[in-house]
Design a protein around this ligand. Structure first.
Ligand code: HXC
Length: 258
């Protein structure tokens, strides 16, 4: 499918979605969000796709929501259109694992978009920030909530109030990203991780994604109960039988997503 602001490529069960508005540092406008939501929905429902990578260019993941597009909007415009709301819901609904591969700036909505993914792999050049305060606004796609859960209140408050950027090392130290790699190896690392995930049972991967994400939505007690129910439920699958038999027979499992 041809898009205007993203490039989508599916190879060996992995869909890579590349944000592509180089003249505006991949700023997120309505066209981009709509196209991104469409591409994610397609990957989520396509049986051939087992993992998704969301990335930008070498210089920038995304420099935030498009300030030019937003500047003259009124409260009523934002409220009645639920600006970016339905599109981000579509991304959050994706049932396949999504990895964000971030090089360069991931600011404002760009940082928030990366945090909507299941985990973030960063290049050494990555810079994360929530500088909305400099524009007279607050984060609007989850930054004040997700960044705080990732890095804790003190660092999150610092980032949101001063608008400073966090480099890749600090992001890894504080739990925002799962790995940092040299910029040249970013896509190789993300593809390696995606391939590893693609080899698993997609059924199990979906359950894992649900279980971990639930930890952000609920109390510990409810989350533990949810996890145990999921764990027990997987004993109704062929892939559990295959995974455990393969271990005992000292061979690689052949998962069938059943
Ligand atoms: C629109 C943007 C943009 C943005 C950069 N550009 N960021 N256009 N929206 N968010 C454009 C610039 O206007 C410029 O266009 C071109 O991209 C290159 O940018 P420069 O500033 O010249 O590049 P550089 O000096 O390298 O600085 C890079 C930067 C800076 C540090 C990333 O561009 C920057 O601070 N951008 C804004 C970051 C930001 O405040 N993000 C939060 C947005 S609010 P021209 O035409 O002049 O070449 C947000 C809210 C989310 O995200 C919630 C939504 C619901």
């Amino acid at each position: 499918m041809a898009f205007e602001t993203i490039v989508v490529d599916t190879e060996e069960h992995v869909t890579t979605i590349r944000l592509n508005r180089p003249d505006a540092l991949n700023a997120l406008n309505q066209t981009l969000l709509k196209e991104l939501a469409q591409a994610v929905e397609e990957a989520s429902t396509n049986d051939n796709v087992r993992c998704v990578i969301l990335t930008g260019s070498e210089k920038v993941f995304a420099a935030g929501a498009d300030i030019r597009e937003m500047a003259e909007k009124s409260y009523v415009d934002m409220m009645t259109s639920d600006y970016f709301g339905p599109e981000t819901e579509a991304i959050l609904r994706c049932r396949k694992p999504i990895i964000a591969a971030v090089a360069g700036y991931a600011l404002g909505g760009g940082c928030e978009l990366a945090m909507m993914c299941d985990f973030i792999i960063a290049a050494e050049t990555a810079k994360f920030g929530q500088p909305e305060i400099n524009l007279g606004v607050v984060a609007g796609l989850g930054g004040s909530q997700r960044l705080t859960r990732f890095v804790g209140k003190s660092k999150s408050m610092d980032m949101h109030l001063t608008g400073r950027f966090m480099d890749a090392d600090e992001a890894e130290r504080s739990g925002l990203v799962s790995r940092v790699v040299p910029a040249k190896r970013l896509m190789e690392e993300a593809q390696g991780a995606a391939q590893k995930i693609a080899e698993k049972s997609i059924l199990t991967a979906m359950v894992v994604k649900e279980a971990v994400n639930r930890s952000y939505e609920t109390t510990l007690r409810e989350g533990l109960l949810f996890e145990r129910r999921l764990f027990f439920s997987l004993f109704a699958t062929e892939d559990q039988k295959e995974g455990m038999a393969a271990f005992l027979e000292k061979r690689e499992p052949q998962f069938r997503d059943k």
